[in-house]
Ligand binder design. Structure first.
Ligand SMILES: NC(=O)c1ccc[n+]([C@@H]2O[C@H](COP(=O)([O-])OP(=O)(O)OC[C@H]3O[C@@H](n4cnc5c(N)ncnc54)[C@H](OP(=O)(O)O)[C@@H]3O)[C@@H](O)[C@H]2O)c1
Length: 307
């Protein structure tokens, strides 16, 4: 099969397409024919140096997939050949999603929302599960709570705005001015142009901050939280500021999550969640997708088309 692998850690030019052996599904696993593979910042961050991921013999980045079950291994009861599925298998171990086929534990996948194309479905798993696990599982956002989403037009942010809204929250997003219409369309009640106005000057009494930026944005976010507030920062554990009394600050790492994917699919089918895809790039041009994504200005998601 065709797969994009990492020749050596470094720049996007190290992503190369190769013929590699097609994997076989083992106990409890399925083989997925990949139609589209989503691109996430962790893909290029780990391409640079490997990071903390448990790599296989030939390093292959990429986790988000949408595709069709080709074969099932022994013991799989919930999926059959021909089922259309989406998911983020194996993270933070290697999945190798930039390929024609991937093997995944059955419960690292869920039925693809029928109303989405494979390209749209591949935009969801890692970013939407991150938003879901942060806002719902970790922060337990309640109806009427005030939620501030940083980078509200980005991969995680544009889904987090919609998920927070679906939970009945009052949602404030930060984005540059050209993206405000989109963030409002996605359901935000207020949008702050973070380049013009320090957000802490105009936002206060927030219950939950979802921070996809880290660094000083995470530090400054503590100021807008009310007592009992929760800050969840995403880039890394070193981005978690020392919390003051009465507020909680933490990092969460997204994990494969069958039930979370089903909740996300249900929101899509109820018309409460839709992915925005900024660019679709052929698998063979994965390096181009990374170069684009690494600029840090993506609106929604970049997706690789595989078939
Ligand atoms: N912990 C985890 O499990 C986990 C999971 C997913 C993602 N992450 C991390 O979370 C971060 C965000 O991921 P992502 O997929 O959402 O990234 P992304 O799609 O690449 O984010 C791009 C967006 O960031 C916005 N942005 C850049 N600087 C900003 C600032 N100072 N304030 C507000 N918005 C700003 C850009 O908007 P403008 O053009 O308007 O600036 C752009 O729309 C990454 O560091 C990623 O590695 C962690």
């Amino acid at each position: 099969m065709r797969a994009v692998v990492v020749e050596q850690w470094g720049g996007p030019e190290n992503l190369v397409e190769r013929e590699v052996e097609r994997p076989e599904p083992g106990l409890g696993e399925v083989l997925v024919r990949v139609h589209a593979a989503g691109v996430n910042p962790v893909d290029w961050k780990t391409r640079v140096s490997g990071g903390l991921i448990e790599w296989g013999a030939v390093p292959a980045v990429g986790w988000d997939v949408s595709g069709t079950v080709e074969a099932v291994g022994p013991g799989v009861g919930i999926l059959r050949p021909g089922d259309e599925v989406f998911g983020m298998p194996l993270f933070p171990r290697q999945a190798g999603a930039y390929a024609e086929y991937v093997v995944a534990p059955a419960r690292h996948l869920a039925p693809k929302p029928a109303s989405l194309t494979h390209v749209e479905a591949a935009a969801l798993p890692l970013a939407a599960l991150t938003a879901w696990q942060a806002l719902v599982d970790a922060a337990d956002v309640r109806p009427g709570e005030r939620v501030l989403v940083h980078a509200a037009a980005g991969g995680v942010g544009h889904l987090a705005v919609q998920i927070a809204k679906a939970r009945g929250a009052y949602v404030i997003g930060t984005a540059s001015a050209g993206k405000h219409d989109l963030v409002r369309e996605l359901g935000a009640d207020e949008v702050v142009d973070y380049r013009e106005t320090p957000f802490e000057d105009v936002v206060s009494e927030v219950d939950v901050v979802l921070d996809g930026i880290g660094g000083e944005t995470a530090e400054r976010s503590l100021k807008v939280l009310r007592d009992g507030g929760r800050l969840i920062t995403l880039p890394g554990p070193d981005d978690v500021p020392a919390a003051r009394d009465g507020v909680r600050a933490s990092w969460v790492l997204v994990e494969p999550d069958h039930l979370g994917l089903r909740e996300i699919a249900a929101l899509v089918e109820r018309g409460l969640l839709r992915p925005v895809v900024e660019a679709v790039v052929p698998l063979a041009e994965a390096a181009k997708a990374h170069t684009l994504g690494e600029q840090g200005r993506t609106t929604g998601k970049i997706v690789l088309s595989v078939v």
